[in-house]
Design a protein around this ligand. Structure first.
Ligand code: AHG
Ligand code: MN
Ligand code: MN
Length: 284
């Protein structure tokens, strides 16, 4: 059953990738649930995904960044697919790499019910990472098929540091922590598409990606169900560690609403150990 979901994700990736090449780059006059003005491409990608999953009788419901409410499909089915149709979509106009993110939940939208996740990267090449047990990298070949490339594993410590949000809104703790990583020789890598930034860190073996709480967004910007948890699943299964700054894992979060956001940190073991040294515990 899960295989059918992965096959559908492969078809979706090819379709969205083709659309990105020639589609209109304009905005719609709508905002999504988190207040971003939707691009025509965000809406088109959401429609492609909805259409493809509508054919699958094993999918109970869809939750999308671009839909205000959950969309029910088959009441007696088991899987809920939560997705970000196009991540980093505001970077299409500068021709940067962007992607789609999928989290597959069994029966209920709870962190512990996330059973698989996947993301595509629309860059110079079309790549796909699929994870149930261990993350696996696939690349579209000349024959139009996704070819398995390798298993992905993080090292104990990396060299890259990607951190988001408006710096003037950072806490002193976050600013000091980030400064310390640079003091220790980390190099800045941040494009503004979490898919591409996390993909780079994962493929280069390690480092840290963070999107902290800020004064204007105390719960961060990135969305729990379809951005944060799918990547936390992949990073933890690649041997990395995740946190909201204080927690032992992003999986400790409690879901209260479908468009909920959280501060988030994804890294190799060493960087998250340093994070905890700087952030400490919430009450301490
Ligand atoms: P989306 O395009 O789905 O709205 O997501 C954009 C997100 C994420 O990909 C990225 O890491 C972050 O926004 C960048 O935000 P800042 O420019 O505030 O760093
Ligand atoms: Mn996104
Ligand atoms: Mn998006």
């Amino acid at each position: 059953m899960m295989e059918r979901i992965f096959e559908t994700i492969k078809q979706i990736a090819v379709k969205i990738s083709n659309e990105i090449k020639f589609a209109d780059l304009g905005y719609t006059d709508h905002a999504n649930a988190t207040g971003d003005t939707q691009l025509k491409l965000d809406v088109l990608s959401d429609e492609i995904i909805t259409r493809e999953f509508a054919n699958l009788d094993c999918v109970k419901a869809l939750v999308s960044e671009e839909k205000d409410e959950m969309l029910s499909l088959n009441e007696n089915a088991k899987f809920i697919v939560a997705y970000d149709p196009l991540d980093g979509s505001s970077l299409v106009d500068v021709n940067f790499a962007i992607g789609s993110i999928f989290g597959i939940y069994e029966n209920e939208l709870k962190p512990e019910n996330l059973v698989a996740s996947a993301y595509s990267v629309y860059g110079p090449r079309l790549e796909l990472v699929i994870c149930t047990d261990k993350p696996k990298l696939y690349r579209l070949n000349k024959e139009g098929k996704f070819q398995f490339i390798k298993d992905l594993q993080l090292k104990e410590k990396g060299k890259l540091n990607a951190t988001g949000a408006t710096q003037k809104g950072w806490s002193d703790t976050h600013a000091k922590f980030i400064r310390e990583l640079f003091e220790r020789g980390y190099r800045l890598r941040y494009s503004g598409a979490m898919v591409s930034d996390l993909h780079q860190i994962l493929l280069k073996g390690g480092g840290l990606f963070s999107y902290p709480a800020t004064t204007d967004a105390p719960n961060g910007k990135l969305r729990v169900l379809f951005e944060v948890l799918p990547f936390a699943f992949i990073y933890e299964r690649a041997g990395g560690v995740t946190s909201d700054g204080y927690s032992a894992s992003l999986f400790d979060i409690k879901i209260e609403k479908i468009h909920q956001t959280t501060p988030c940190f994804f890294g190799s073991k060493e960087e998250i150990k340093t994070l905890h040294e700087f952030y400490g515990s919430k009450n301490g």
